[in-house]
Design a protein around this ligand. Sequence first.
Ligand code: FES
Length: 86
Amino acid sequence: MKKEEHVCVCHRVSLSKLQSYLQREKPKVASQLSECLDAGTSCGWCIPFLEKLHKQHVLGEPMDLTINHKKYVERRVAYQQNKRNS
Ligand code: FES
C-alpha cells in the first residue's frame, strides 16, 4: 500500500497519516488510533490493519501494509456485504 492510500477508507485516513500519528503520539493500544481522524470507527474493516500497524510500531518494525490497495478496497466491499447479510 502506498503512503497516500487510505487504510481507513470510511474516514479517508491514509497510511502516512497513521504512521505520523503512531510516531508522534505513541499510543499504548491500537484502539487509540481512533483518535487519528476517527480511523476504524465506522464499518470496522480496517481494524485488523490498524492493529497490525500498531504492533509493527511497538516492535520497532517498519510500518507497512503489503497489500494491493485495489484488492484491499474490493475486500472491504465484500466484508460490508457479508456484514449486512448476517
Ligand atoms: S474502513 Fe475504517 S472504519 Fe471502515
